[in-house]
Design a protein around this ligand. Structure first.
Ligand code: LLP
Length: 440
């Protein structure tokens, strides 16, 4: 069993006050001290999962772990994961800038993305990002130019669409053939010819793929490795170029509800290493260096969101809605992907589940529902709701819809809580607004 198979952070318990506690901190106290909505991240869960990844691959000599920063990134999280030996999968100038300012070893980072700008490529080269996953023909040209201008040779992987479909929400599938990401396998030859004949500032070292996110299947990773190694063998035969690096992306799922059964990290590690061992022999590729870039499975289970209960409405002969002080702006996943979450009441986690309610957000949209038809105790204004598994793709996809301030985030560990993102203020909110002279 690995921590991604729990709904709750591993330090979650009910304490002597009868309240929920995470990382040794009473969640009701945290809500009082920092206000709500509040994201709470459990450092022990993050570090445990990071170590579960390391252990799962410990028998494979050439493995590199990158954390997919898009799931949740702050300078403090960069510190924690760098400390655990992870590099970072970065997808924008903003993510590169954040990692660099947090003191991350940029040579352990990879720049990913399907439409990187010249400025972003320049920034990546300037701060010494180690590798680039090149997605398309335009990027080959831009990166070759930017690397030349910087007097550098860039190590690149070609991102491919491996033609593998996984069973997840269609918005988060990426490896199927009709996808905006990467080179189709039929385009690889043209890319290789350009690399050999024209783009002298690029050094191709491998191939990259990512098949999707919130994946529960394991064999799919075996298949992904096989597709990539077969392609590496074909490239060697046709162009005489030997590639030894493969990046398999992220994707391992987490347990949002009792109905979700994600595999343990070891199970996907076994599929990956078995496939590399078997297929590198079968296709005679030589030793292979593996990169993986998990995001959600590292940070998802580690984070929860605390909300305060406000108004409620009983529709005559219909549903009961209970509204909290956050919603789709701090967690757009229910409205975007019909994602389902588990929640508990932090100040009375043991109270009998006396009613079925719909937990609604505070934003001006009927679709702003956090959890539909969830069993809850009797609720009153001021109760603190803890929604689990909001660590990934919550803050990172949050917005200021309705000009509501973005919440704060705290990192908890052994009874200590520290702010890692300040709550926005009204001054922050208007800080980028400009009134043109003629309107004054
Ligand atoms: N590598 C690449 C190239 C990716 O595109 C992604 C995620 C990852 C790694 C990390 O995948 P993970 O281990 O987190 O599944 N916003 C959606 C998820 C989008 C995932 C995008 N790419 C959600 O909230 O479910």
């Amino acid at each position: 069993m690995t921590a991604n198979q729990n709904i709750k952070p591993i330090t979650t318990k009910i304490n002597e006050n009868g309240h929920l506690e995470i990382g040794g901190c009473d969640l009701v106290d945290l809500a009082e001290k920092y206000g709500t909505p509040l994201y709470v991240f459990d450092e022990e869960t993050v570090r445990t999962i990071a170590n579960e990844y390391k252990n799962a691959f410990k028998d494979y000599p050439n493995i590199n772990m990158l954390y997919a920063a898009k799931a949740f990134m702050t300078k403090a999280i960069c510190r924690v994961l760098s400390d655990e030996g992870f590099g970072f999968d970065l997808v924008s100038g903003g993510e590169i800038y954040t990692a660099h300012s947090a003191g991350v070893d940029m040579s352990k980072c990879l720049f990913n993305g399907n439409n990187k700008s010249y400025d972003e490529l320049e920034l990546a080269l300037e701060v010494g990002v180690g590798k680039f996953s090149v997605d398309n023909f335009l990027e080959l040209a831009l990166l070759n130019e930017a690397a030349g201008a910087a007097g550098k040779k860039a190590d690149i992987l070609l991102r491919i669409t491996p033609g593998i479909e996984c069973h997840t929400h269609e918005y988060i599938q990426t490896g199927h053939l009709d996808s905006k990401f990467g080179f189709d396998l039929t385009q690889i030859d043209d890319a290789m010819e350009l690399l050999l004949d024209e783009y002298k500032n690029l050094n191709v070292i491998g191939l990259h793929a990512h098949i999707g996110s919130q994946i529960f299947e394991t064999k799919i990773y075996y298949d992904e490795v096989e597709v990539i190694l077969k392609e590496i063998a074909r490239i060697k035969e046709k162009f005489g170029v030997e590639l030894h690096t493969i990046n398999l992306g992220g994707g391992l799922g987490i347990k949002y509800t009792e109905n979700d059964c994600p595999p343990a990290i070891d199970e996907i590690a076994k599929q990956i290493t078995a496939s590399v061992e078997e297929n590198s022999k079968k296709y005679n590729t030589g030793d292979i260096t593996i990169f993986i870039e998990p995001g959600r499975s590292i940070i998802g289970t580690s984070g929860v969101t605390l909300y305060t209960v406000g108004s409620s409405k009983q529709v005559p002969k219909g549903k009961k809605y209970v509204a909290v002080d956050g919603g789709m702006a701090d967690n757009p996943r229910p409205s975007l992907y019909q994602a389902v979450y588990t929640a508990q009441v932090a100040n009375k986690p043991d109270a009998p589940l006396a009613q079925t309610i719909t937990l609604a957000g505070r934003f001006c949209e009927s679709g702003d529902i956090l959890i539909k038809d969830v069993k809850m105790p009797e609720l009153e204004e001021g109760d603190i709701i803890c929604v689990y598994d909001t660590g990934a793709y919550g803050y990172s996809m949050s917005s200021n819809y309705n000009r509501v301030l973005k919440p704060a985030a705290v990192l908890v560990n052994h009874g200590q809580s520290d702010i890692i993102i300040n709550r926005e203020s009204y001054e922050h909110l208007i800080s980028l607004d400009v009134i043109p002279e003629r309107l004054k």
